[in-house]
Design a protein around this ligand. Structure first.
Ligand code: ADP
Ligand code: 5GP
Length: 185
């Protein structure tokens, strides 16, 4: 069995974080990649755990050196997946990237073996319900996240697998099946 790189994408609120957390708790053969960012740490965030926090100049020089598997700019800050982290982690475990559609497609360009999985909600109504239930965004932010959903879904043909996050257990089992199948390929 080999170690694989798997990117998990899907609209905000679909349950990516919940699913990845459950997978990591169950399987010791998986690790989540830690990205680099130029944004300031939020309260409670620790360097090397949520992100590697870099100064802008350092991030730019690492782009020049080709240190990122992929990177992007969101809200004026850079975010990127460090090649070195992924390469080292792959020696021991399969690596999960929880990353948006643009990042995942760029990761696949740089690393064609990367397995792309899109998580979709059972319905748009259920996605709205989950986003509202999480209570972490304003109504305006929820609308912005929902409007981005159409763009994300438009890329689904470029994905290797689509998993419906209906019942959590079912979606988690499906992800495990995919991981096992790809590890044995
Ligand atoms: P994401 O990381 O994709 O933005 P989260 O993991 O934060 O999404 O999940 C959004 C909300 O939906 C959370 O409140 C979570 O508990 C809930 N949730 C996740 N998966 C399911 C599911 N299968 N059924 C019902 N609620 C879910
Ligand atoms: P936040 O600042 O809220 O942690 O993240 C902001 C955005 O950056 C989210 O949409 C998140 O998915 C994205 N992001 C986090 N890490 C990476 C990364 O390594 N690459 C890319 N392309 N986007 C990332």
């Amino acid at each position: 069995m080999k170690n694989i790189l798997m990117a998990i994408s899907g609209p905000s609120g679909v349950g990516k974080g919940t699913l990845v957390k459950a997978l990591l708790a169950r399987r010791k053969d998986l690790i989540e990649s830690v990205s680099c960012t130029t944004r300031a740490p939020r309260k409670g965030e620790r360097d090397g755990r949520e992100y590697f926090f870099l100064k802008r100049e350092e991030f730019l020089s690492r782009i020049e050196k080709g240190d990122f598997l992929e990177y992007d700019e969101h809200f004026g800050n850079f975010y990127g997946t460090p090649k070195s982290f992924v390469k080292e982690a792959l020696k021991e475990k399969s690596v999960i990237l929880e990353i948006d559609v643009v990042g995942a497609l760029n990761a696949k360009k740089a690393f064609p073996e990367c397995v792309l999985v899109m998580i979709v909600p059972p319905s748009e109504e259920e996605l709205k319900r989950r986003l509202k239930g999480r209570n972490s965004e304003t109504d305006e932010e929820i609308e912005r996240r929902l409007s981005r959903m159409e763009y994300e879904f438009s890329k689904k043909d470029e994905y290797d697998y689509i998993v419906v996050n209906d019942a959590l257990d079912g979606a988690e089992s499906k992800l495990e099946e995919i991981i096992d199948k790809e590890k044995n390929r």
